[in-house]
Design a protein around this ligand. Sequence first.
Ligand code: UDX
Ligand code: ADP
Length: 465
Amino acid sequence: MKKIKNICCIGAGYVGGPTMAIIAQKCPHINVTVVDINEKRIAAWNDENVENIPIYEPGLPAVVKEARGRNLFFSTDVDAAIDQAEMIFISVNTPTKTYGMGKGMAADLKFIELCARQIARVATTDKIVVEKSTLPVRTAEALRSILENTGNGVKFQILSNPEFLAEGTAVEDLFAPDRVLIGGDVETEEGRAAMEALVEVYANWVNRENILTTNVWSSELSKLTANAFLAQRVSSINAMSELCEKTGADVNEVAKAIGMDSRIGSKFLKSSVGFGGSCFQKDILNLVYIAKSYGLDAVADYWEQVIIMNDHQKSRFAATIVKTLFNTVSGKKIALLGWAFKKDTNDTRESAAIYVADYLLNEQAEVVVYDPKVTAAQIFADLDYLGSRSPEENRRLLKVVAKPYEACADAHAIALLTEWDEFATYDWEKIHTNMMKPAFLFDGRGILEELQLEEIGFKKYRIGR
Ligand code: UDX
Ligand code: ADP
């Protein structure tokens, strides 16, 4: 079997960037080149100051610092990197389609297809192509069909190697993955050799027992299934949170009680304002679309309910704010603490904060946002993308500030939407003093429990109690 000496990764985003940085750190004998068409992003990855890399992920700057320039490179020269590599990872984005057939459900594979065509055009030597992005089942087939019809004699092996890292803990997850999954053509010798080549890469730091090999379709479907199950747990506990509010039960107590059942387990049972992130919703929509396309309506409806529940949780939270503030927030300042979809990331894709803000803006509130890591430009881009009002109006109605105390001063209410650790360290007495009274606090993440803020005078709402 040929040893891998050069890896190329197309796409320098939340998946490609951290994954390749760790492969490079753990495999000093392999040259890893991450390429992207976005020049600004590549320039940021190459910034002299590693703290300025384009994604915020704890522990990542140190890894980049160690490997960059040694065997980790970031470049916009996609063709050169493809040409040199024996193994090419595709880590480009696969958003939900916003047009045409499968609109709002199917994954848009145009970026993947462009990559495949580029690889087909450039390659002069045999390549192993690895799908890293989350893709609908049977994408490998489409890739194969594009790559194998180039007619230039180059041989391609296609592997599926889904990413299970979670943002905010990407470095830990990559250092010690629960499992690495590699799908390939198990029927042929070339297929098995390609899989073994990728196993060899991971075996530099992952125990072989934790590296699973399967056929391509199982690997592709496992990724969607894992995300669907995780999202389903959050929607399940969120469904219970509403029932708890009506019955006098406390969702945290319920979660603890059921989580101690080893068959259920305690993780992913934190009731919240709703899940976000680039994967959960997209993957479930994808699953729903695939099921429907096979005529499996009961299967599709079952999984769609996870999304319906999540949308309900987001709007229910926003509606609670309006109802509690005497049925109107018009002209009232509401401070939103947190915009990222979870703590320790600057990623905002599908963040609940976007929908809560939009709801409150529709109710004519004056919304002021503070997030420790998300830029104002990103916040406005997220709102503009929804298309509820003009960009000018979004900028007139919503303000982004750099200090939490400024966000909360004179506010009628605070809504806490991301579980950033720093929120629990604030001087909440000072914040209370400077707010309008009654001072309402809506904790969408349940992280302020221990602070007994009711004793300071806050009127507090927590999900699920
Ligand atoms: C997820 C999967 O966990 C990961 O394996 C996959 O590779 C990509 O998708 P990620 O989206 O980065 O990772 O974050 P995750 O930690 O799964 O959280 C997703 C959302 O669910 C966040 O908005 C989070 O706040 C929310 N969540 C999670 C809850 O509301 N309650 C929980 O108990 C857990
Ligand atoms: P993910 O969370 O899946 O990593 P991101 O959007 O963060 O998604 O990153 C995907 C990256 O892929 C983007 O930086 C985008 O510019 C890049 N990309 C998309 N298509 C191509 C392509 N054909 N060639 C190179 N890079 C691409």
